[in-house]
Design a protein around this ligand. Sequence first.
Ligand code: NDP
Length: 488
Amino acid sequence: MVTLEKKENTYLNFISGAWVASAKGTTKASSNPFNPEDIVGHIQMSTSADVDHAVSAAKAAKKSWKKLSGQERGHYLYKTADILESRIDEIAECMTREMGKTLPEAKGETARGVAILRYYVGEGMRKVGDVIPSTDPKALMFTTRVPLGVVGVISPWNFPVAIPIWKIAPALIYGNTVVIKPAFETSVTCVKVIQCFEEAGIPAGVLNMITGAGSVVGQGLAEHQDVNAITFTGSNEVGKRIGQQALERGAKYQLEMGGKNPVIVATDADLDLAVESTISGAFRSTGQKCTATSRVIVQGAIYDEFKNKLLAKVKEITVGDGLQEGIWMGPCASENQLNTILSYIEKGKEEGATLLSGGKRLTNAPYDKGFFVEPTIFEHVTSDMSIAQEEIFGPVIALLQVEHLEQALDLANDVQFGLSASIFTRDIQNILSFIEEMDAGLVRINAESAGVELQAPFGGMKNSSSHSREQGEAAKEFFTAIKTVFVK
Ligand code: NDP
C-alpha cells in the first residue's frame, strides 16, 4: 500500500532537461502541516554526486544560452508565465498542503509568480549599458553587462513560488543558467513550477532542480567550484555561512535573511487603519514572512485605545486548514517552526512580558493533528527582551509603549535587522523623520510592513541582507557583471 502510494507520488530531480532519480534513490515525504498524515509527495534526497551532475549540466548549457538575445530568452519566460497561469489553482492547492498558508494567499502568490515572469520578459529588451566620453577623442567607450555563468538558487519555504521565480527569472533573462535547491518543506511545489518551464521548452541544462537536505545539497551548491554566483533567502545562520563559502572561492553572493519589523503608531494615526494593517502584517501567512510585523511601538496617548481595538480585532481571526473557505490563518509550516514559536512565547513570559492574547498551541479537533498556534500579543515588552530582538517567524507581536516619536524611532532601530518598517501618522514631519531615520530597506507610510511590489527593489539593511537588492531592475546588479569597453 505504502509502496504504491510512494510510486504514484514520487517527484524527481530535473537535470539537463530530464526528470531523474537522485544517485542514491533515497526519498523523503513532504507532508501537510494541517495533518502530517497527508503526504503531498516523496522527494529525492540528493547527494553531492547529484549536485555535480546538475552543475555540470548548467555549465554545459551556459555558452549557448548566453548567445541568445534577451528577446529570445524572454520568449521562454513568456510561455512559462502562461503555463503557470493556467495551473494557478493546482499549484496553489499544493502550496497550501505543503506549507499551510491559506488558499487565497497561495493563489495570490502564484499569480505574483506569473507577473514576475512577465515583468522579466520586458527586462530582456532594456538597455544594458552607457556610453561614457573618453579622454581620447578618437575612441568610443561604453559599458555593457554580461551574465555571471552558473547561478545557484537556495530558496526558503515561506514563499515557495514567488521567491524561486524572482531569483530564476532575472538569472535567466540576463543570460545565466541555474541550479535551484528549494526548501525541503516545499519541494513538491517547486517541482510543479519547474514543470512549467519544462513545458515552455526551456533548453536542456539551462534550468536544473535538485531537492534534498540543505546541509548536503545547499552546502554542496554553495561550495561548488563551478557555481559562479549564489542567491539565498533564509535564516541568518545559514546565510552567513553561505556568504563565507562564496567569498572564499571568489563567487558572487546575495543573501536575504531575517527581519524584526516594527510598526510605529503615532498619536495622530488613523487607528482603525493601523489596527487592520497590524493584524494583517503580523498574522497573515501565520507571521511567516520576512517582512511580517513583529514589534508595534505605540505612543502613550493612544496606547489603550489602540490596544483595545487590536484585542477586539484579533478575536475575529479564524484559524484552521488553509484549504477551507473562510479560514484566515493556517498552521505553522512545520513542527520545528511551531516549536520555535512556542519557545519564544515561553521566553516572553519568563522575561517579564505580559501575555494579552493567545500564546497556546491549539490541540483540540480540528487542530489535533496539525501545527497550530494562536495569534499572540504581548505587552509590557522592553527592547532588551528576546521577543523584541530575535526573529520569531510566527504569529506573535510585542507591544512597546513610548511617549515621543524620537523614542519610537530609537526603539525601532534598536535591533540587528533592517528589512521593513511602517509608521501610521498624518503628520508630515513625522513621515519625513521616519523616512530619514529608519534603518530599513523598505519603509512604508500608512501601510502594513509586509508588502513588496515586484517592479521595485527589495532587500534589507544591517543584518537583514548582504546589501544587494532583488526584484525589479535592481536584480540586474546582482545577476550580471559590468564590462567596460574601449574601442579605438
Ligand atoms: P534555512 O536558512 O534553514 O533554510 C533556507 C534554505 O537554505 C533552505 O532551502 C534550506 O534547505 C537551505 N539550507 C539549510 N542549511 C543549509 C546549508 N548548510 N547550506 C546551504 N543551504 C542550506 O531557513 P529555514 O527554512 O529553516 O527557516 C528558519 C528561519 O529562517 C526562520 O525562522 C526565519 O527566521 C528565517 N527565514 C527567513 C526568510 C526570509 O524571507 N528572510 C525566509 C525563510 C526563513 P532545507 O529546507 O533542506 O533545510
